[in-house]
Design a protein around this ligand. Sequence first.
Ligand SMILES: Cc1ncc(COP(=O)(O)O)c(C=O)c1O
Length: 459
Amino acid sequence: MQPINESLSVRGGHLFIEDCDSTELAKQFGTPLFVVSESHLRSNLRRYKSAFQKCWPEGQVRIMPALKASPVLAVRQVLSDETCGCDVFGPGELEGALRGGVSPGDISVNGSIKDRSIIHRAIDLGARIVLDSPRELELCEEEAAKLKKVAKVMFRIKPFMSELETKSDFLPDLDIREMTQLIKYGVPTSEVLDMGPLAIELPHIEPIGIHAHMGRHSKKIEVWQSWVRHCVLLTKRLSDLMEGWVPRELDFGGGFPSFPDRDTDVVLQGYEGPSLEEYAKCITDSFRAAMHEVSLDPTGITIEVEPGRGLHCDTGVHLTTVRNIKEETENRPRRWVELDTSEVFLAVPGFNDEPPFDLVFANKADQPMTITADLVGQTCNAELLFNQVNTPPLQVDDVVALLNTGSYIEPMAANFNALPRPGTVLVRGNSAELVKRHETVDEVFARDIIPDRFASAEV
Ligand SMILES: Cc1ncc(COP(=O)(O)O)c(C=O)c1O
């Protein structure tokens, strides 16, 4: 057996996900197919928990996985079984978290333009609301009063990292400190400084904490040190305006790199980032030091983080089947291997100079790569998923596995060419369960309405 990562190995020339032969999964459930390893996910979550708990004896640690990264309910159920919180964006994800077994009190309702109905629902459930604007504070007070309840709120701040000159990995011409200011999310500092004092006056509001999410601009430790310090400096300004209020919880958001860190939308790639354990140390050390700098006591404060890709990415594999092979031997010799997946299922561009995923030829994993071919997807787009890659000799019905597809891919799948979106299988040991069935063509058109006036028209 040759291990690839914690859940993947090659056994007898076949790719195994835990103890399941991926080619059998492809046959049994059909492709294209998302597959998630339950044991791998549990192990990743435990690693986050223990990394932060070890470095933060002063208080509790809460891991709040971002549902957006993998909103498959059974996948969330695995995390709920491990007892952790959940960061959600919008009413759909709020319902998803509940259906995925998250206790309402462990949910943070994040996101911009929260309307009255989501605020009402969140307060009624006892979920925490991460405020993104002064209007949301007003709505919280009004809806909590109607419900005769108290709204637990956190302020989503956008600290200005004044001294930080590091550039963003997304757009290496731009400073992170500028980008975190120019982007829409979070309460503008000038507004949050008025909101804080108002919040402690409002009878139906309980400010419980501070929230900040920078996004994954950089893996560099100096950036995280600055982010955490400036979160604390701004918290101190709020505290002074709020009669010495100190947050019970501080959430530093997500943005930790995935394993392996190969996001196609990141321009600056290829430099080593810190390990998860080093991040945990950096965040907790910086927090402790900054609290002392501003003479606030960090004892008893709960530290939260909201990993998305860092938690899910390497737990997922996408299986696809070779449906056809074409070869040009005149003019411009070229070979195309046509797969039953697509760029629209995989959240990647239509032209990929570099392979967007690591590949394993699932039933020929130990065969020599003697052929060069384009691996292309099935829509009418150019679909150049893998440009001139080495493959073993392939034939129709061979199965190809794309690795590290566990985050932000399944939820981004689209219906271009009226294609039904792929289902998801959850693997645990040698058992495999369909946890999201494949979409049907009827479902693709289920929302369409043809006005009655066409009924009599001659076709
Ligand atoms: C508020 C919030 N928390 C957490 C995350 C997760 O980020 P990542 O997947 O980069 O860890 C996001 C992603 O956009 C977010 O907006």
